[in-house]
Ligand binder design. Structure first.
Ligand code: ZN
Length: 193
């Protein structure tokens, strides 16, 4: 048993947008009774404070999953963050320009020739907020956040709502949160520590 997490990531929020949108979503979640208003220590990983489930938390999950909850806290990330799927293998990445698939793993290990430039770019993006990788197939220079990751492994963004040890959120619930985000694109990552 490990700790499971799921993250709804806003892919388009700028560093300036993120706190305002976070506040809007949290206000809605609290008003609906899905999480508690009070920030508490030690109920999430990765941030010092989180919010515990509210009395109506079960409305965010499928009826058959209610017996697996409620889980722990909600962490709201409003800083530049490399969101990832935790465990599992990062097998490949897809170029948004030419749609070619670049394999990053050979079945046993990461492939240094293909993974190396991406790893470097992940570090650079985290430090500076910008990084590009040349596509090995079409040679286009593509910003790191634009690549499509196998199994939605990574998201490079400034706003993410991360729930710890909750049953999976329903699609309907995720759509309602997305509706509060000014028409931004979102992605949904699930992982385990
Ligand atoms: Zn390409």
């Amino acid at each position: 048993m490990g700790d499971h997490f799921q993250t709804l990531v806003d892919l388009d929020a700028s560093p300036q947008d993120a706190p305002r949108l976070a506040e809007r979503v949290v206000a809605w979640l609290v008003a609906e009774g899905l999480v508690q208003a009070e920030l508490l220590p030690d109920c999430v990983y990765g941030l010092p404070l989180g919010r515990m489930p509210g009395p109506n938390w079960h409305r965010a999950v499928a009826p058959q999953d209610v017996r697996f909850g409620p889980g722990e806290g909600l962490a709201v990330h409003t800083e530049r963050t490399v969101f990832h799927g935790g465990q599992g293998t990062l097998e490949a990445v897809h170029c948004p320009r030419c749609a070619a698939t670049t394999r990053l793993h050979d079945g046993r290990n990461m492939v240094p020739e293909t993974w190396g430039p991406f790893l470097l770019a992940v570090d650079t993006w985290y430090e500076t907020g910008a990084a590009d990788v040349d596509c090995p197939t079409c040679a286009e220079r593509v910003p790191l956040p634009d690549w499509t990751w196998h199994d939605d492994y990574f998201a490079f963004a400034h706003l993410g709502f991360q729930l710890w040890n909750w049953p999976p959120l329903t699609t309907e619930f995720r759509t309602r949160i997305t509706g509060l985000l000014d028409g931004h694109r979102t992605t949904y990552l699930q992982g385990k520590l």
